[in-house]
Design a protein around this ligand. Sequence first.
Ligand SMILES: [Zn+2]
Length: 450
Amino acid sequence: MRAELDRSLPARVRAAVAATRAVNALSRRLGTGSGTVAGGHAGLAVDPKLLEHLTAGRRVALVSGTNGKTTTTRLLAVALEGALGPVATNATGSNMPTGHVTALAVSLPGAPAVLEVDEGYLPGLVRTLAAEVVVLLNLSRDQLDRTNEVRMVSNRWRTALSGSPVTAVVANADDPLVVWAASAAAKPTWVAAGLSWRKDAVGCPACAGRVEFASAGDGGWSCACGFARPRLDVVLDGDEIVLADGRRYRLALALPGRFNRANAVMAAAASSAMGVGWEEALRRIAEVDEVAGRFSIVEVGGCTARVMLAKNPAGWRELLDLVSPGGRPVVVGINARVADGKDPSWLWDVPFERLRGRCVIATGERCRDLSVRLRYAEVAHRTVRDEVAAVRAAWMAHGGAAPGDGRASGEGAGDGADAEDPGGAVDVDFIGNYTAFTDVMARAAARTHA
Ligand SMILES: [Zn+2]
């Protein structure tokens, strides 16, 4: 399935591509991971400009933002593939140049590239790659010990986009920090994709005054200095997409939640900017039902769990909104390894109060931090450190069947039939941060639904 080496590339680039592939293959064989990072390092060591060389002559889309970039990248790749053929993409979320190099090294020569980009690396890529489209989703606080302050990121994006050769910028007009950055581009496409987390956006990036958000709920915002939400090109209105010229499209998704509707409209707007029509893009996007395992429904701990990933307060807020109308038990899991960010104090910014009255189990290596937070939120809960045992405990506490009894009977299975799970087939919702999520996915017995 590996693409042939492109003979038109210079010898050094071919050597770098060969090194990338060889190290990836070795890394996979040794079981030290999928190899995307190690291979990329090897390729960049041979040719430091490998990323520029491998994107030369390709159509390139870059997707960045704090939340939703893995999903949006996937949806955009799927939307483009029908019209443009196979796409080179870093589907596993390795969103730094090492991951980009690997995605390109294994792709067909000349295939369009849709790359998820870490927020910090975006300015460099905007400057060095002749990207056709840049998609800017949102900016909010993330791993406290690792990432830059969001206003600084917004300013760096703005500087990079000003006078850049990027052809099109598709930007979330509901996020003032994104608008501040994207206004530097020649003619951004402004999409009202929504912003439920506003605490990082109240300080005006233009004057340091206060951004006021309209209370009416249309998402409008402005500052006394004149910085305000721009005139919209695309509006996400519930399940409908409305374009400035009056065209309307129905948005039907297999993926759950408001935030995924926002990701989908951003992906469709980007594919439209690359010449793929809205109808075709939305038809293909509608079929995606999981992204890198997220939202998968899996067998774990003897029951069926919907497994979701939240990495920061904005992401947690969206997922708590998604699960809170349902009646089934919820397992929340926190680790604080390097990949998660070692400082879990962001827990205090997450509205766990929304879980009051539910059957809640706290799990993960930092389940005690989580337990303290839940106690202050007045959420009755138990702590079970092992994630799989926690899922099982949640299910049993909620009337799950004992081992050997077959499928759950009674309330355990019956009351999960909410709008986001029409079949009512899910026993437990699991929300974890990065390594808590990957641990559960690795230990899931089977995927009941891809
Ligand atoms: Zn202002």
